[in-house]
Design a protein around this ligand. Structure first.
Ligand SMILES: Cc1cc2nc3c(=O)[nH]c(=O)nc-3n(C[C@H](O)[C@H](O)[C@H](O)COP(=O)(O)OP(=O)(O)OC[C@H]3O[C@@H](n4cnc5c(N)ncnc54)[C@H](O)[C@@H]3O)c2cc1C
Length: 404
């Protein structure tokens, strides 16, 4: 396996990103976005100005664009401070990469050029609307009428939508072959007649992702601006892409987990004494950092974050080296990083207690954001089950992100 080394342009990009995310203004926008339940639009502007939004299309970062290792390092760096914007950016990158693999059509070319110039971002709402739990009622329907495709329906969780110029749209063509239905993929221009952005994203954590519902109301798009293909051809062509999407998200969990552990180390170093004991006993008072139970808890977190980082970086390097990574290795890595996020979310709270739980401390938002990671498309138990099936020597696949 060859370890990935960054070209100089990539190192400079990372250095500039670290400087920006470390600035007080960047952090203040994260707090405001969380409180208001809106995207930190100023932080998206910073990413545009740095040349990060169009990164997947940037050939100055490598002959085939940036390495997976570079992309996860960007996500980890951003995820430590602004995980919501990082999730939105990751979903935008998914859209950019998907568009770049589609054959040319006018809207696709227009969006791709604007993204490459760091001028535009794209979102994709492919899940049930926020308040709709029955996926049978939540499909985007596509009707072909003459030389137009007419789209109707509402979808949810369109991360980045608040800052996006474009939306990926997709759905099944009505009355096509039920065994292999025709699928439409196209690009909507947010603000055009018939394409409605509902500013309804509201959640416990990851409140700044702008994951709004998007609705098509008789949205008419020229057939020449749509890709219409049998669904079987789309599934066959997916390759390693879902893994790259997944590992981008795990890098956000990693950055955020490290930030939560760093907060906890600082907290136990300064937290002195107990106020919640049944009997006041001054002989037990000490800094938490000097107590075995806190050290034990931190040891567990150090294990998860440290091993999570090693596994993720090794996986990125294998993908960058062109290895056809076997499904069990992909699943095991994703499973480990999900377990890391779960252990850290609960572990930091147990160590910091009530003084970490109050909104005066950033840990309160970090933990809600970590739970936002735990509820995303991949399921811990399902991954464990998949690993077990693989251990029995039976065939398994790496799937997701997908849901309804
Ligand atoms: C912050 C955030 C951003 C998102 N951004 C986007 C986006 O940009 N675009 C988009 O389309 N979607 C997005 N999503 C939606 C995401 O993909 C959803 O998780 C997905 O739609 C599934 O919804 P669900 O978790 O309610 O589903 P469910 O499948 O009902 O899962 C709920 C829970 O059930 C359990 N479970 C379900 N199936 C299994 C199984 N087979 N084995 C074991 N346990 C299982 C798990 O505990 C799981 O957490 C986002 C979600 C979040 C939280």
């Amino acid at each position: 396996m060859t370890l990935t080394t960054h070209p100089p342009a990539a190192d400079q990009l990372l250095a500039r990103l670290r400087e920006q995310v470390g600035s007080p203004e960047f952090g203040e926008r994260v707090v405001a976005a969380d409180q208001d339940g809106r995207m930190a639009l100023g932080n998206v502007d910073v990413l545009r100005a740095l040349g990060i939004t169009g990164m997947p299309l940037d050939r100055s970062l490598g002959p085939e664009g940036p390495s997976v290792r570079l992309m996860i390092e960007v996500m980890e760096t951003l995820g430590a401070v602004d995980p919501s914007t990082a999730v939105a950016l990751n979903m935008h990158w998914v859209g950019a990469r998907t568009l770049s693999r589609l054959p040319s059509f006018p809207r696709r070319d227009e969006a791709l050029a604007a993204i490459a110039a760091h001028e535009a971002t794209i979102c994709g709402a492919f899940s049930n609307p926020s308040a709709e739990v029955d996926s049978r009622r939540a499909r985007l329907s596509c009707r072909i009428e003459g030389d137009e495709v007419v789209l109707n329906g509402r979808a949810g969780f369109g991360s980045m939508s608040e800052a996006a110029t474009y939306a990926m749209l997709g759905g099944m063509v009505e009355d096509s072959d039920p065994d292999d239905p025709q699928m439409v993929m196209t690009v909507g221009r947010l603000g055009e007649p018939g394409l409605v952005l509902h500013r309804n994203w509201s959640a416990m954590g990851m409140r700044g992702t702008g994951s709004n519902d998007i609705e098509c109301r008789d949205l008419r798009i020229p057939l020449a601006d749509c890709l219409v293909v049998p669904i079987s051809s789309v599934q066959e062509g997916r390759g390693i892409d879902p893994a790259i999407v997944a590992f981008g998200v795990t890098a956000i969990w990693l950055g955020l987990s490290q930030a939560a552990v760093d907060f906890t180390v600082d907290h136990v170093t300064h937290r002195y004494g107990y106020m919640a004991e049944g009997t006041f006993n001054p002989t037990t008072a000490a800094y938490r950092a000097d107590e075995a139970w806190a050290q034990l808890g931190l040891g567990n977190l150090d294990h998860w974050v440290g091993t999570g980082r090693v596994l993720l970086q090794a996986m990125a390097d294998r993908i960058d080296a062109g290895e056809d990574v076997p499904a069990p290795d992909l699943v095991r890595t994703l499973f480990h990083l999900r377990r890391m996020a779960e252990e850290v979310a609960l572990g930091v709270m147990k160590i910091c207690g009530a003084h970490g739980y109050v909104t005066a401390q950033p840990l309160e938002r970090m933990v809600r954001d970590l739970f936002g990671g735990v509820v995303m498309a991949w399921k811990t138990d399902q991954l464990q089950l998949t690993l077990g099936v693989g251990t029995l020597g039976r065939p398994i696949r790496f799937t997701g992100p997908a849901g309804s």
